[in-house]
Design a binder for this molecule. Structure first.
Ligand SMILES: [Zn+2]
Length: 391
């Protein structure tokens, strides 16, 4: 019995006895009914670096940017005295599948040091199951998925994604759960203008300066990376994840994809995704063909892999001019709501330009968003199609 209820219970009992209502008093000390408690779930995640989160309770979002959950534990607080049952759960571990059920805050997961959680199922048993419902949501690719009820799968299992966070909430049987947590803790105002700044051909050390400038104004960027460079700059990719930036696929070694077969295009994309996923735990969420070059074969191959061709609406030509003033002016003179700006994180001049453009756009009221954030705010992207601006 929870402390709080004990207090209230004794208070009512004393009150009842004071008024000589012994039948009512007897009624009060029978096993507590569901609606008379504030039982809630508590839960914690273990991350790939071996650290555990604090316990979180009562449907609050448990997530840490850039962390990769590998195990979890779930328990109950304030379980009504005399009511049988417990909370049980199993996790889906990447490469291993569903574990056996666990209960009472035992650790589920840890199949290997870097096998991440793809999903979780949570349910109650015993008398608890007759009086309560348990709802679970997983954070996947920046979105809290719909509530999973009483043992349904929370998370997307078997599609190469993993959970970045979770929340568990318990309601009285048949009652609606409260609202899911806000998306990633980042609130964008759809009524205010947005621009997506994109940086190609990294990862590179310049990305660090660009990310710092973006984060200083609450912005996020999109980095279209060349696959073969990714394993050499693990630190940069981890930093991108941590900062909530978007990881883009820019092929393995930057060929003109229109000169390749469908199978070759697919392997350019897949190899790059494997390199990114080895660090980030998930593949790139957007794809930009080198030179923006697409034909029917490239589009069909992209479509089969679930990608649109992410192009741009402002080409700074920074790679050609290598002149910061020129790049700054190109952007600031023509920028409009919904633009996608193409820059390269290969040059000092581009980095200096970004460090000037970013605070200026922010001062003008633009929200600096990832490509997916911009697309989602403006109707989304269809795989196989090409996109410049989103207006
Ligand atoms: Zn490029």
């Amino acid at each position: 019995m929870g402390k709080q209820w004990k207090k209230i219970g004794w208070g009512l009992l004393v009150m009842a006895m004071t008024f000589g209502m012994s039948n009512w008093a007897f009624d009060l000390i029978r096993p507590v009914r569901a609606e008379e408690t504030d039982m809630h779930a508590i839960y914690a995640l273990e991350y790939r670096d071996g650290s555990w989160s604090d316990w979180v309770s009562g449907g609050r979002a448990l997530t840490k940017p850039g962390s990769l959950p590998v195990a979890l534990k779930i328990g109950l607080e304030n379980q009504p005295e005399g009511m049988t049952g417990t909370i049980q759960y199993q996790v889906n571990v990447s490469g291993f599948g569903w574990t056996d059920p666990f209960e009472n805050a035992a650790v589920a997961g840890q199949e290997s040091a870097d096998a991440m959680l793809e999903g979780v199922r949570v349910w109650l048993n015993g008398e608890l199951e007759q009086h309560y419902d348990v709802y679970t949501s997983a954070l996947v690719n920046g979105a809290w998925l719909d509530w999973a009820l009483n043992g349904q799968d929370a998370g997307k299992v078997g599609v190469g994604t993993h959970m970045d966070g979770m929340c568990v909430t318990i309601t009285k049987k048949g009652e609606q759960p409260k609202e899911k947590p806000a998306q990633t803790g980042r609130t964008l105002d759809p009524a205010r203008p947005m621009v997506a700044l994109t940086f190609d051909d990294g990862p590179s050390s310049y990305d660090l300066r660009i990310m710092n400038a973006l984060e200083a104004v609450g912005g996020r960027g999109t980095f279209f990376m060349i696959g073969q460079k990714v394993p050499r700059r693990r630190d940069i990719v981890e930093r991108m994840c941590k900062g909530g930036h978007e990881l883009g696929n820019h092929s393995w070694n930057h060929p003109d994809l229109t000169k390749l077969s469908s199978a070759q295009v697919a392997s350019q994309i897949q190899n790059t995704n494997n390199a990114i996923a080895a660090i980030a735990g998930h593949p790139a969420t957007v794809m930009r063909p080198p030179y923006g070059a697409v034909n029917g074969t490239v589009k069909a191959t992209l479509a089969s892999m679930g990608y649109a061709a992410s192009l741009w609406s402002i080409d700074t030509l920074d790679w050609k001019t290598r002149n910061a003033d020129n790049t700054v002016n190109t952007v600031l003179k023509q920028v409009r709501d919904g633009d996608v700006v193409l820059m390269h994180s290969l040059y000092e001049a581009s980095t200096v330009a970004a460090e000037r453009i970013i605070p200026e756009l922010s001062a003008r009221g633009y929200q600096l968003v990832t490509l997916t954030e911009l697309a989602n705010a403006r109707g989304g992207m269809t795989p196989g199609r090409g996109y410049g601006a989103f207006r």
